[in-house]
Design a binder for this molecule. Structure first.
Ligand SMILES: [Zn+2]
Length: 479
């Protein structure tokens, strides 16, 4: 274990300058969903230079790719992302709002680090395969459009991850831990109502209001909320309110719904009930409704066997090696966050990982130990397209500290720190831990067999994509 950890560390370190430069480059590109061409080019160039064979355009998505090294079994997948978020352009390290590109996109979720960290892990696994001469394959998956588009769902539906023995992934965060929670499954649907327009005062009896149908549907769903499981969530937005004129009966209107539940099967059942609210509203108003599935994500299933391996690997390779400069950068951001929010974070550490961690990190800008492994029963109240991958193959996920404790997700503060040494150190720590875990399971096929048995048990060997085949990859807002 120790020996492997020092080898992996050396393999990652020898390219470390290159990885930091590349993450800076992708941070500057800050390309939005499905437009990540420059980021993909930079990553494929790196992987090709390292001897990986690249396959571009997976599942018909131009910015999705795989790159593999080695041959035969076992086959280990490592997931990377590289899409940015709109309107979050921010100067690196700058703790007050100053855009780098006015109105531009920014890496407010740290995916510049995510892509490069995962590629660095895959390259260290390649170094191992080369040195040991062992049979085995490592595949880096370039997964675009995580923020808006859920590309991994379409890649999963297309069979891209089928047959993998294990999958490792990570996400930049403000602490170092293994993701032991389930996430919520989510299904999203557009309900488009069609009615008949008339003069609202002159011939109201001839009008059939699509807007009324939307309102009645929302009322129906409000009552439905009383009779669903605690962990389920339903939210909606108006996509079309029928127009601006009150004196015209609105003949078109549309709602966009997100329906979430702990299991994808529960989300789909709940969706049927929401569909019925839409049909009921159409019946009541004499309108018609089109039900258009937009997207769907399975719940994330943490594979316990692989999560334990990843935990041990993370402990062996270590948390990010932050220095005083990094702490100063992080502190300059943290000082501006509401004190209650920072306190809530450290209290949550205590509740989840052990009371001593609240004390350990109270007043500290950066979390710099690996938290113990936990598998909470309460789900994470959010959804991720890694969920679908976890239904196809045994999957484990780690979070590495890349920004100050208390940093809000999807924020310019996060974008700013992801372009500094704080983010880079988190990225390098993640790369080492994932490479160590991948090599460990390659060396111990019995672990992969156990992971597979667990996966079979939790999924029943079944993966059903919640997005119907006719729905092609798209930006959700464009629907
Ligand atoms: Zn993200």
């Amino acid at each position: 274990m120790e020996q492997l950890a020092s080898k992996i560390t050396a393999w990652v370190q020898k390219n470390q300058e290159k990885y930091m430069r590349l993450s800076q480059q992708i941070w500057q590109y800050a390309e939005l969903a499905f437009q990540e061409t420059k980021s993909v080019q930079a990553l494929t160039q790196l992987l090709e230079e390292e001897g990986f064979a690249v396959t571009a355009g997976l599942a018909g998505i131009p910015t999705a790719f795989s790159s593999s090294y080695g041959q035969g079994k076992p086959v280990i997948g490592i997931l990377g992302e590289y899409d940015a978020l709109p309107s979050l352009s921010q100067k690196a390290g700058c703790n007050h709002r100053e855009e780098l590109v006015p109105g531009g996109a920014g890496h407010g979720c740290g995916h510049n680090l995510l892509g490069v960290g995962s590629a660095a892990a895959a390259i260290a696994v390649k170094d191992y395969l080369q040195e040991s001469g062992q049979e085995g394959t490592v595949i880096f998956y370039g997964c675009p459009a995580e923020e808006n588009g859920s590309a991994k769902v379409y890649l999963s539906r297309d069979g891209v991850f089928r047959g993998l023995d294990a999958v490792f992934t990570w996400h930049p965060g403000s602490n170092n831990s293994i993701m032991g929670e389930h996430s919520l499954a989510a299904v999203s649907v557009v309900y488009r109502f069609h009615g008949r327009a008339t003069h609202a005062a002159g011939q109201p009896h001839l009008g059939r209001s699509a807007l009324d149908a939307c309102e009645l549907m929302n009322v129906g769903v409000n009552y439905l909320r009383e009779h669903m499981i605690q962990e389920a969530r339903i939210h909606y937005a108006y996509r079309d309110a029928g127009g601006a004129a009150p004196n015209v009966v609105q003949d078109h209107a549309a709602l966009y719904y997100f329906i979430r539940s702990p299991k994808i099967s529960q989300a789909l059942e709940l969706r049927d009930r929401v569909d019925n609210c839409a049909r009921g509203a159409a019946l009541m108003t004499g309108t018609t409704v089109e039900i258009l599935p937009v997207d769907g994500m399975c719940d994330y299933l943490p594979n316990h066997v692989l999560s334990e391996v990843l935990q041990q690997s993370f402990e062996a390779t270590g948390a990010p090696d932050f220095d005083e400069t990094d702490r100063q950068i992080a502190r300059s951001f943290q000082q501006q966050y509401p004190a209650a929010e920072v306190e809530a974070k450290v209290v949550a550490y205590g509740a989840k990982f052990g009371a001593e961690y609240t004390e350990m990190f109270r007043g500290k800008p950066l979390q710099d130990v690996v938290f113990p492994l936990r598998f909470p029963t309460t789900p994470l109240f959010g959804s991720t397209d890694v969920g679908d991958v976890s239904y196809v193959a045994p999957t484990a996920w780690l979070n590495a500290a890349c920004y100050a404790i208390g940093t809000p997700g999807h924020s310019w503060q996060l974008a700013a720190q992801g372009g500094t040494s704080v983010g880079e150190k988190g990225m390098l720590a993640a790369a080492k831990a994932m490479a160590h875990a991948a090599v460990t399971v390659m060396q111990q096929p019995a672990l992969l067999e156990k992971a597979k048995q667990e996966h079979q048990k939790t999924t029943g060997g079944r993966y059903v994509c919640a997005v119907p085949d006719e729905v092609k990859p798209h930006i959700e807002g464009d629907f």
